[in-house]
Ligand binder design. Structure first.
Ligand SMILES: Nc1ncnc2c1ncn2[C@@H]1O[C@H](COP(=O)(O)OP(=O)(O)OP(=O)(O)O)[C@@H](O)[C@H]1O
Ligand SMILES: [Mg+2]
Ligand SMILES: [Zn+2]
Length: 505
């Protein structure tokens, strides 16, 4: 007797259709799994065996062969347990085969026969919808997540016994409740109102948030750099639905997403400088997303930038350049998107006090520090901000703004950008490619002049010129101006030139 159950293998973020074929014939009791399965899948045998018995069902004492097709596709993860178990029950006549023709099945089993939540339910649901299957059967903990996908009915079950009863038509599946969002209604605890002084840094933070630009905060210790960066998410707009689905899918596959529902907040990832290159950009077998992908559509914050080993920062080159990383495993490549805002903070020198006279570093110290920062990253920084020690009077005064006020400005500037960029691949000025940039940012001669002069003085590279234009566009958007004027270009250059100079040094 042969039974077939449809399930999914995940290749990076992509669902691939897999058919679990279960063949049962007379012979000595035996249970083999074939079809390029990893260790977790081979271990499914033990879990499935115990789960079937503990669910009060019968484990056939015959020759049992499970084939995961197509054999060319690598199968990883524990979510093959449930489809294998249901395939065995179908092959042994304990559930009818007909309903399995239009249901995809996804879930891990405990030895006791309970269904356990596992990674990637959203991607599985997208696969089921794409393949035209009517239903997807998942552990109840993953119901809300899978139900985010339109076009497929999601069924939840608590145990293997329940799943079998649903297929027999003897019990109702658990239906998803209204898809909750994973944005817990926790009050925002951080606010820019906590930060005294730094009106200029706040202005730059708002520009970065409005246009999705990369930002480096450089300054002496203990003046609020980390504090400012951690408050950036409080002024970012919520995710669009398509972005939220993508973020949820990535976080689900990484096993970070435990609350069900949709992730609506922009991610803010702050990996420590001891992180490995593969932890940062993704890796492993099977490949899992790294911090750069977990920060997709959000912020990747590298605090104490000069502490990160050069090799770690080098690994960010491709994700920053292409907006995605490819992880090669054998003949196949898993692709993870990495469109994040890079925010970094650093001291300007090892002692932290350059360029003031309090700096006690040697020339060699300074040169080493500069070398660490330059190269892969400094080139991609749009806004370089020298954070100054706030004046004593400013520390006594109320903060110059609040998160609510700045967020409002950001939202307005984003609305302008989205209207202008409709029909292009970009949503923010920071995402404009060179062609869109040429078409959307046209400067009058007097606005062009400061750019040309900076370029001729060697203070601006060609890439730096484009980055300046994008930032100038955002400054104009925040000012409510459809034209990019000379003042906007000059302001953008002010955030940029130092970066090019340091780059050249
Ligand atoms: N401008 C400020 N307004 C209010 N509090 C501040 C300010 N600057 C620093 N603080 C206080 O000092 C603490 C340390 O600030 P923070 O960690 O942001 O400094 P930093 O610039 O990142 O220093 P380091 O270079 O050592 O990392 C903050 O948690 C906050 O309590
Ligand atoms: Mg700090
Ligand atoms: Zn120093």
């Amino acid at each position: 007797m042969l039974a077939r159950v449809t399930t999914v293998a995940l290749e990076g973020l992509e669902p691939r259709r897999v058919t679990v074929e279960v063949d049962l014939r007379s012979g000595l009791p035996n249970f083999t799994v074939v079809g390029l399965a990893d260790r977790a899948v081979r271990e499914a045998r033990e879990r499935v065996h115990a789960a079937i018995l503990n669910a009060g069902l019968e484990f056939p004492a015959r020759r049992l062969t499970v084939n995961l097709a197509p054999a060319s596709l690598r199968k990883a993860g524990p979510h093959f347990d449930l489809p294998i178990a249901l395939g065995i029950l179908a092959a042994s006549g304990q559930v009818p085969p007909a309903p399995l023709e239009h249901v995809a099945v996804f879930g891990e089993l405990s030895l006791g026969g309970e269904l356990r939540p596992c990674r990637g339910a959203l991607a599985a649901a997208e696969g089921a919808a794409r393949w035209g299957l009517r239903q997807l059967l998942v552990p109840v903990e993953r119901l809300e997540e899978a139900a985010l996908v339109d076009g497929v009915e999601v069924l939840g079950a608590l145990t293997l016994g329940d799943a079998a009863a649903v297929l027999r038509g003897e019990a109702e599946a658990v239906a998803p409740t209204r898809a909750r969002s994973a944005r817990a209604d926790e009050p925002a605890v951080l606010d820019l109102a906590d930060v005294r002084g730094h009106a200029d840094v706040l202005a730059a933070l708002t520009i970065a948030a409005a246009g999705g630009h990369n930002l480096l905060l450089s300054g002496p210790p203990g003046i609020g750099k980390t504090m400012l960066a951690r408050r950036l998410p409080t002024i970012l707009p919520p995710l669009h639905r398509d972005e939220a689905l993508e973020v949820t899918r990535i976080h689900s596959i990484a096993g970070l997403h435990t609350t069900g529902g949709l992730v609506e907040r922009r991610p803010f990832r702050a990996p420590h400088h001891t992180i490995s290159a593969s932890g940062l950009v993704g890796g492993g077998a099977p490949p899992l997303p790294g911090e750069a992908s977990l920060a997709h559509h959000g912020v990747l914050f590298l605090d104490e930038l000069s502490e990160y080993p050069r090799t770690t920062l080098e690994a960010l080159r491709q994700p920053l350049e292409d907006g995605r990383v490819g992880i090669v495993r054998g003949q196949r490549t898993a692709i993870f998107p990495t469109r994040f805002m890079l925010v970094a903070a650093t001291n300007p020198c090892p002692c932290g006090h350059a360029p003031t006279r309090r700096c006690r570093c040697t020339e060699a110290d300074l040169a080493r520090h500069r070398r660490r920062l330059s190269g892969p990253l400094l080139d991609r920084i749009d806004l370089l901000i020298h954070v100054q020690r706030p004046a004593a009077a400013d520390l006594a005064r109320a903060s110059p703004s609040t998160s609510e006020r700045e967020r409002h400005r950001v939202l307005e500037a984003r609305a302008r950008q989205e209207a202008r960029l409709a029909g292009t691949a970009a949503r923010t000025n920071g995402q404009m490619d060179a062609r869109v940039l040429r078409e959307t940012v046209v400067l009058a001669p007097d606005a062009e002049r400061p750019l040309r002069e900076a370029y001729e003085r060697g203070q601006l590279s060609a890439r730096g010129r484009d980055r300046t234009l994008r930032v100038a566009r955002t400054i104009a958007d925040l000012a409510g101006s459809e034209r990019v004027r000379r003042a906007h270009v000059v302001a953008a250059l002010g955030y940029r030139q130092d970066a090019d100079v340091e780059q050249a040094a």
